[in-house]
Design a protein around this ligand. Structure first.
Ligand code: ADP
Ligand code: MG
Length: 696
C-alpha cells in the first residue's frame, strides 16, 4: 500500500484547477497521468527578466520589467493594423502593441493616465520602443507576481508555458515533507539538500548553471531515481538468492561428448564464461547470471554445454528465444549435438497445437525430455516440467525482470530454485547493465572465434541505390547470400512493409526467383519458410524489415545492405552487420544513407565504419542518444529514467549500487528509520513491485 503522505502526489493532474479534459490528455502524453509526473517534468530553459527604470538601446531584445505611465489608446479599426497604447517610461515613449486586441478589455487593463508594471521583450519599431503582447501586467500592489526568473518547460502543441506555470504554482506547494532517505555523509559530501528543497530548486532555476546535470538539485534528484532503481533490483536479487538453490554439479560425461563432436575448440572467452556458469550451477546458491557476448561470439554452444551439465545432474533444461525463427534456429543447432550426446530435445512454440502439443507437454512433465527449446509459449500455465534445473533466456532485452521470475518459478517444489542464465547479444554499456541487470552476476565473452575477417563497412549515398542493386550479380554468381534491410518507417509497421514490398519488387525484377521477402506482418510459418529457403540457398537475396535483426545465423551470408541506415540506432546497425561474415568469407556492409546527415547521424555511421567492437559501439550509442532508445524499442525491458542521465550520471549510478547493497545488508526488511524512508522512495519512483520482495 502506498503511504498516505504520497496520496496527493499520485492523484490525477485533472485535480489541479484549470486542467480540464483537453489539457489532461496533453499532459498525460507529455509527462504522465499524475501530479508526481508533473513534478518530475523539469524545466529546460529560463527566461530572465531585467527590472529597469530607463529604456536604453542595449535593452532591445531583452526581457524587461518596467513601470509605464499610460497615455493614450489607439484602437484599431482594421484587422491588419494592431491596437496600440501609447505610454512612457520615465521620459522615454513606448508603445504597447496588440494584434486582435479587444478594446473594452484593454481599456480596463490599461486605464489612460494610470500606471502599470509590464514585462515583455523590448523591441524597437520605426524608431520607437515597443512591447508586443506583454507577458505580465501588474500594479504596484501586485508587482511581486511578475517573476524575474521564469522557468521554461518542455511543452507540446496546445500546452503553453503559462499553463504549465499555473499548474506548477499549484503542485509545488503540495510537495510533502518526506523523511530523508539519503545517508547524511553523502548529502554532506555532495552538498545536496533534501528531496523537497531539491525539487523546488530544480523548478526554480536562476542561471544556466542550474540546468547542469551536476547542479546539486538535479544531481540529488537523479540520484534518488537511480537509488530507487538499484534498491528495487537488489531486492529482487536478494529474494532470488534467498530461495535455496540446488546443486547441479554434473559428471562431465555429456559435455565431453559434445566437445568431442564440435568441429572447433572453445575460445578462451567461451571457456572462462562456461567455468563461471559451471561453478554457479554446481554451487548451493541459485545462479542468476547474465552472459553478454557480441554477435557471433558463440553463445549458443556455451548454452548447450550449460544445459548438458544440468542433464548430467539429472535435471531438465530449457532455452527460450524471443522469436519463432530463433527458437527454430536454436533447435536446429542444438538438437543434433544433443541427440549425439544422448539427450532428447524438443521444441515448444505457439504453433505447437493439439495432439502433438499434448504429447510434447506430456513428455516434458514425465521427464522423458531433457532439453526444451521454445518461445514465450513456455510461460503458459500448462507447460510443466518434471524437474527443471536450468532456464536459459536468449536475447534478454525482449524480456523483463518479471518474465525472468516467471520462468524460474517453473521449478519443482522442494527442489530449490531454478538456475537462470540470461544471454544477450547486445553489448550493454556497464552503466546500463547496472540499471537493467543489477540483479545479476555478469559473464562476458569479449572475443570472437578465430578466423573471422572484419566486415568491410561503407557508407553510400542512397542516390546510388540502383548501382548497388545492379552490382549484386557478381556476389550472386559466386554463390554468396545477401540481406537487404529496408528502412524503418517511424511508428508504422504498415509503411515498413510497403517499403519492403517495393524493394522486393524491384530486386525481383533484376534477379527473379532468387529474391525472397520477410517482414513482421507475415505469419510465423511464412517467415520460417522463407528463412529456411534463405538458409538452404534456395533464395539468395533476402529483403527484410528488421525482423532478422536478432541472432539469425546463415554462414553463407556475406553482404548486408541497409537502406536509410541513418534511421537506425547504432546498436541495431551493429546487430544487423553481425549477420554477415560469419562463415569463412569476408563480409561487406553497405550503409545507404539519405543526406544531409545531422552531426549525430554522421558520428554514428563513422563509429560503425571504424569499429566492430560491440561494447565500444554501445558506449558511443549511449553517449549519442538517450538510454531509453538505446536498444531500439520501448519494450526493451530497460527502465526509463526521468531525471537521471545514464551517461552523465554514471558516477552516481555506481554510488547508488553500493549504497543499495550496503543498506540491504544491514537492514534487509527496511525497518530502520532510514529503511522506512527508503520504502517511501520506492513508492515515490513507482518501484512498488519491489516491495513485495522485502523479507520480513
Ligand atoms: P552468437 O553468440 O551470436 O549467438 P553463435 O553461437 O550463433 O553466436 O555462433 C556463431 C557461429 O560461430 C556459429 O556458427 C558457431 O558454430 C560458431 N562458433 C562458436 N564457437 C566457436 C569457436 N570456438 N570456434 C569457431 N567457431 C565457433
Ligand atoms: Mg545467438
Amino acid at each position: 500500500m502506498r503511504p498516505e503522505v504520497l496520496f496527493q502526489l499520485f492523484s490525477p493532474v485533472s485535480k489541479l484547477t484549470g486542467i480540464g479534459p483537453r489539457l489532461t490528455a496533453l499532459i498525460e502524453k507529455l509527462a504522465g497521468p499524475n501530479i508526481i509526473d508533473l513534478a518530475w517534468h523539469l524545466p529546460v530553459g529560463l527566461v530572465t527578466r531585467h527590472k529597469v527604470e530607463h529604456l536604453t538601446p542595449d535593452l532591445v531584445d531583452q526581457n524587461i520589467v518596467v513601470t509605464l505611465h499610460i497615455d493614450q489608446h489607439h484602437p484599431s479599426r482594421n484587422r491588419r493594423v494592431p491596437y496600440k497604447i501609447q505610454c512612457h517610461a520615465g521620459d522615454t515613449p513606448l508603445t504597447l502593441t496588440f494584434f486582435n486586441g479587444r478594446e473594452q478589455y484593454l481599456r480596463q487593463q490599461f486605464p489612460e493616465g494610470g500606471e502599470r508594471i509590464v514585462s515583455g521583450k523590448l523591441e524597437e519599431y520605426a524608431g520607437v520602443y515597443q512591447i508586443t503582447h506583454p507577458d505580465h501586467v501588474a500594479t504596484r500592489e501586485t508587482m511581486d507576481t511578475v517573476p524575474l526568473f521564469e522557468p521554461v518547460y518542455p511543452l507540446t502543441a496546445g500546452l503553453t508555458n503559462a499553463t504549465f506555470l499555473k499548474a506548477a504554482r499549484q503542485f509545488l506547494p503540495m510537495l510533502p515533507d518526506l523523511p530523508e532517505w539519503l545517508d547524511r555523509s553523502l548529502l554532506a559530501r555532495e552538498q545536496w539538500t533534501g528531496w523537497k528543497d531539491s525539487l523546488l530548486e530544480a523548478h526554480a532555476p536562476k542561471t544556466e548553471a542550474d540546468f547542469d546535470r551536476d547542479a546539486p538539485a538535479r544531481a540529488r534528484l537523479a540520484y534518488d531515481e537511480l537509488l530507487a532503481n538499484q534498491l528495487a533490483l537488489e531486492l529482487v536479487r536478494r529474494s532470488m538468492k534467498r530461495k535455496p538453490g540446488r546443486s547441479l554439479p554434473g559428471t562431465g560425461d555429456i559435455r565431453r561428448k559434445i566437445l568431442n563432436d564440435l568441429p572447433f575448440t572453445l575460445t578462451a572467452a567461451q571457456s572462462s564464461a562456461l567455468q563461471e556458469i559451471e561453478e554457479d550451477m554446481a554451487g548451493p546458491h541459485r545462479m542468476l547470471r547474465l552472459l553478454q557476448g557480441d554477435v557471433g561470439s558463440g553463445k549458443t554452444v556455451v548454452a548447450l554445454l550449460a544445459m548438458a551439465q544440468a542433464v548430467e545432474a539429472g535435471a531438465q533444461a530449457t532455452i527460450m528465444a524471443p522469436t519463432e525463427i530463433l527458437a527454430h534456429q536454436h533447435y536446429n543447432a542444438i538438437e543434433p549435438l544433443a541427440a549425439k550426446a544422448g539427450m532428447t530435445c524438443m521444441l515448444v512454440t505457439g504453433r505447437l497445437k493439439g495432439k502433438k502439443r499434448e504429447e510434447v507437454l506430456g513428455a516434458l512433465e514425465s521427464g522423458r525430455v531433457d532439453l526444451v527449446v521454445g518461445t514465450h509459449a513456455l510461460f503458459q500455465e500448462d507447460v510443466r516440467f518434471h524437474d527443471l534445473g536450468l532456464a536459459i533466456i536468449d536475447e534478454q532485452h525482449r524480456f523483463g525482470v518479471h518474465q525472468r521470475l516467471a520462468l524460474s518459478a517453473k521449478g519443482r517444489d522442494g527442489k530449490g530454485g531454478v538456475d537462470v542464465l540470461v544471454m544477450t547479444a547486445t553489448p550493454i554499456p556497464r552503466t546500463l547493465a547496472l540499471t537493467a541487470y543489477g540483479d545479476m552476476d555478469v559473464s562476458i565473452i569479449a572475443e570472437k572465434p578465430p578466423g573471422r575477417k572484419p566486415v568491410d563497412t561503407r557508407a553510400i549515398d542512397l542516390s546510388r541505390l540502383n548501382d548497388v542493386a545492379e552490382g549484386l550479380d557478381r556476389k550472386l554468381a559466386a554463390g554468396e547470400r545477401i540481406y537487404w534491410v529496408c528502412p524503418l518507417v517511424e511508428e508504422s509497421q504498415v509503411l515498413d512493409v510497403a517499403a519492403a514490398e517495393e524493394r522486393f519488387e524491384s530486386l525481383h525484377h533484376l534477379y527473379g526467383d532468387q529474391v525472397g521477402l520477410i517482414h513482421g506482418r507475415l505469419k510465423a510459418e511464412e517467415k520460417d519458410e522463407t528463412m529456411q529457403r534463405f538458409m538452404t540457398g534456395e533464395i539468395s537475396v533476402l529483403v527484410a524489415t528488421t525482423v532478422i535483426e536478432v541472432g539469425v545465423d546463415v554462414p553463407e551470408a556475406t553482404v548486408m545492405i541497409i537502406e536509410h541506415a541513418e534511421r537506425f540506432g547504432l546498436a541495431q546497425l551493429h546487430q544487423l552487420r553481425g549477420r554477415v561474415g560469419r562463415g569463412g568469407l569476408p563480409g561487406t556492409c553497405l550503409l545507404l544513407y539519405s543526406g544531409p546527415l545531422s552531426e549525430t547521424q554522421k558520428a554514428r555511421l563513422g563509429i560503425l565504419r571504424e569499429s566492430e567492437d560491440g561494447f565500444r559501439i554501445a558506449e558511443e550509442d549511449l553517449r549519442l542518444r538517450g538510454a531509453g532508445e538505446l536498444l531500439g524499442t520501448r519494450q526493451s525491458g530497460l527502465p526509463e529514467f526521468r531525471l537521471a542521465d545514464l551517461h552523465a550520471h554514471s558516477r552516481l549510478l555506481a554510488i547508488a549500487r553500493d549504497d543499495a547493497r550496503l543498506v540491504l545488508e544491514k537492514d534487509q526488511a527496511l525497518e530502520t528509520e532510514r529503511g522506512k524512508a527508503l520504502k517511501i522512495l520506492l513508492y515515490l519512483f513507482e518501484r512498488d513491485n519491489a516491495i513485495k520482495y522485502l523479507s520480513g
